[in-house]
Design a protein around this ligand. Structure first.
Ligand code: PEP
Ligand code: MG
Length: 369
């Protein structure tokens, strides 16, 4: 990790004096949040909660939650996850006390949590071939059935984000409960949690309207009259979300542009395959000025961000707006985001100093009015 010298700290403080754009960090753990704060982040712009479920200890409960056949089984798995999530959020609110923390409800491409289809098929085949019968084979077959039922040709365009939350609202409820409990606990200990709950992959205003209702109802149940403030907003990461941003903004306190998915779905290029793909030849050959996943595609995706902000603020004038895709830490993209008038960018902790400098540079470059 880069060392920040006293001189550099001073330069960064000058940058902070001139920049208009806020700089937050993407962080999912208390340690990352603390590091981000040390590097000058003014909050968390994106906590990807699905990352919290990846560790080996939790995965069985997560798979049970997704694969459960009966509501009671799912409820039991969620009960096991709730205290873990509460501890996760307590860490974040503590590390970022007094600063906003945007927690995104779970947004997994489902396949990342499921056993691999081919491996599971091989397992069943192997058990059958070796003459194993009974519980072991039955269980393996049951899991294979679920994996087949849930597997998708294009998981990135599948049961992700708000779609998952609407199909299984009890998962979102568990997360909101954990967030509310953590916020209340941190407040009781004298901390100042600034909670922002974010809904991913919204494309239809009705999706956000329904999710907001779930969040509001669950929050009220959990906090039972205690005044624990929070806001609810959405990612804008689909072209359709931009086109109907005025309607979506009716249900949003903030918009955060997910320029990774927005780039993927606008330019029609897979973000997962971008690195080794034809894109290099495109950039080398001058067809594109840069890899659009690294530096914002100004004429396409950039225009969508501009339009989304305009439409969103048309409905909700005090709508808070930010960006939390990779572009939030890229100086050229930051210049565009500042010009469009976003309130903040959010990037990985180690890019925070660069983002602070870039945000100041764009202010200095702007012709005096
Ligand atoms: C995005 O799509 O830009 C984003 C921030 O979300 P994720 O990268 O987690 O899909
Ligand atoms: Mg996304």
């Amino acid at each position: 990790p880069p060392q920040i010298t006293d001189d550099f700290t001073e330069v960064l403080s000058w940058a902070d004096d001139v920049r208009r754009l806020g700089v937050r960090a993407n962080a999912d753990t208390g340690a990352d949040a603390a590091k981000a704060r040390e590097l000058g982040a003014e909050g968390i712009g994106l906590c990807r909660t699905e990352h919290m479920f990846m560790d080996a200890e939790r995965l069985p409960a997560v798979q049970a939650m997704i694969l459960a056949e009966k509501p009671e089984e799912r409820a039991e798995a969620l009960e096991r996850l709730l205290p873990m999530q509460q501890a996760d959020f307590t860490e974040l609110f503590t590390a970022m006390s007094g600063l906003p923390v945007t927690i995104r409800l779970i947004d997994p491409p489902l396949h990342e949590f499921l056993p691999d289809l081919v491996e599971q098929s091989v397992l069943v085949q192997r058990l059958e071939d070796s003459g194993v019968t009974g519980r072991e084979l039955d269980d393996a077959r049951t899991v294979l059935g679920h994996v087949k039922r849930l597997s998708e040709m294009n998981p990135m365009l599948g049961t992700r984000g708000v779609r998952l939350a609407l199909l299984y609202p009890e998962i979102a409820r568990m997360q909101v409960r954990a967030i509310a409990r953590a916020a209340a606990a941190v407040r009781e200990q004298g901390g100042d949690p600034r909670v922002e709950i974010m809904v991913p992959l919204v494309g239809f205003d009705e999706e956000l309207r329904r999710m907001r209702a779930v969040v509001t109802e669950t929050w009220a149940e959990e906090t039972a009259g205690a005044d624990v403030p929070h806001t609810v907003g959405t990612m804008i990461e689909l072209p359709r979300a931009v086109l109907v941003a005025d309607a979506i903004a009716e249900h949003a306190d903030f918009f955060s542009f997910g320029t990774n998915d927005l780039t993927q779905t606008t330019v029609g290029i897979s973000r997962d395959d971008a690195e080794g793909s034809f894109l290099n030849a495109y950039v080398d050959g001058g067809i594109l000025p840069a890899n659009p996943f690294a530096s914002i595609d100004v004429d396409g995706v950039g225009e969508l961000v501009r339009l989304g902000v305009r439409k969103g603020r048309g409905t909700t004038p005090d709508l808070k707006t930010g960006v939390c895709g990779e572009h939030g830490g890229d100086p050229a993209s930051i210049a565009l985001f500042d010009e469009i008038g976003l309130d903040y960018v959010s990037c990985s902790p180690y890019r925070v100093p660069i983002a602070r400098l870039a945000a100041a540079q764009v202010t200095l470059d702007r012709p005096a009015r």
